[in-house]
Design a protein around this ligand. Structure first.
Ligand SMILES: Cc1cc2nc3c(=O)[nH]c(=O)nc-3n(C[C@H](O)[C@H](O)[C@H](O)COP(=O)(O)O)c2cc1C
Length: 230
């Protein structure tokens, strides 16, 4: 750290306490909701995608997935949702990564879609399980060639000595599988499907009196909606 960095961190130029947005006036209540949380998610995701087309949101399918290890220590990271349906939300990753190691011992996850520019968030709790190899392979084939090689080149979440090590690994793989050549699906790479147990739709309102409507499934699997205090 330089002297200048040290001075900057002592006297922050930006004051986050003074950052204050006023949220929307219109409400969101029980009558507006679809019967199934994934149908409600579809509505909001489509609106988020429209906001993305207008340049307000970047990557509306980005979601923060939090896992916890065997000792209950949590960690979070952003991933891209690549599919969703009544069964849940799918993302792809390295099966040796920290998140995958957590999920091997503790399948419970929390997921957050942070759609701040439109004053909304969706918060999901549920369990994650691996997608089938056929589903993984079908998705892998749709990825750009470079991303397919990247899945082989990265030993995600491990400590590496240098950037050069990663670039060398990628260069070697590029030589072995030139553009146009089929790249095999890495055995250590695949999807997780997050089956929701509760899904909260949060919409920012004036005076911090936000609307929070949460779907929870009863033991028979029927969804009920409850309103939470903001
Ligand atoms: C916008 C964005 C999208 C990302 N998408 C993915 C993804 O789909 N899959 C993935 O494994 N990592 C993705 N990452 C990287 C992860 O945030 C994370 O660094 C990586 O998965 C390792 O996490 P872990 O060490 O906690 O397992 C993304 C990062 C960002 C910022």
């Amino acid at each position: 750290m330089t002297d200048r960095d040290a001075a900057a961190s002592d006297e922050p130029v930006l004051d986050p306490a003074a950052m204050r947005e006023h949220y929307r006036a219109e409400g969101f209540d029980e009558h507006d909701l679809a019967a199934h949380p994934m149908d409600q998610f579809t509505r909001w995701f489509e609106e988020a995608a429209r906001a993305a087309a207008d340049g307000m949101i970047y990557e509306p399918n980005a979601m923060v997935v939090s896992t916890a290890d065997a000792e209950g220590r949590p960690s979070s990271r952003t991933v891209l949702m690549k599919q969703y349906d009544t069964q849940g939300f799918v993302f792809y990753t390295n099966y040796d990564s920290r998140k995958a190691q957590d999920l091997a011992v503790n399948p419970y996850v929390s997921v957050l879609f942070p759609w701040h520019p439109i004053g909304r968030q969706v918060v999901v709790t549920g369990t994650a399980r691996r997608t089938g190899r056929d589903e993984t392979a079908a998705y892998f084939r749709t990825r750009p060639h470079g991303s397919q090689l990247g899945a082989w080149a990265s030993t995600q979440s491990t400590v590496i000595y240098s950037r050069a090590e990663l670039d060398a690994s990628y260069a070697e793989l590029s030589a072995r599988y030139p553009e146009g050549e089929q790249v095999p699906v890495p055995p250590h790479w695949g999807g997780f499907r997050i089956a929701p147990q509760a899904v909260e739709f949060w919409q920012g309102r004036q005076n911090r009196l936000h609307d929070r409507l949460r779907y929870v499934a009863d033991p028979a699997g029927t969804w009920h909606v409850e309103r939470l205090s903001p």
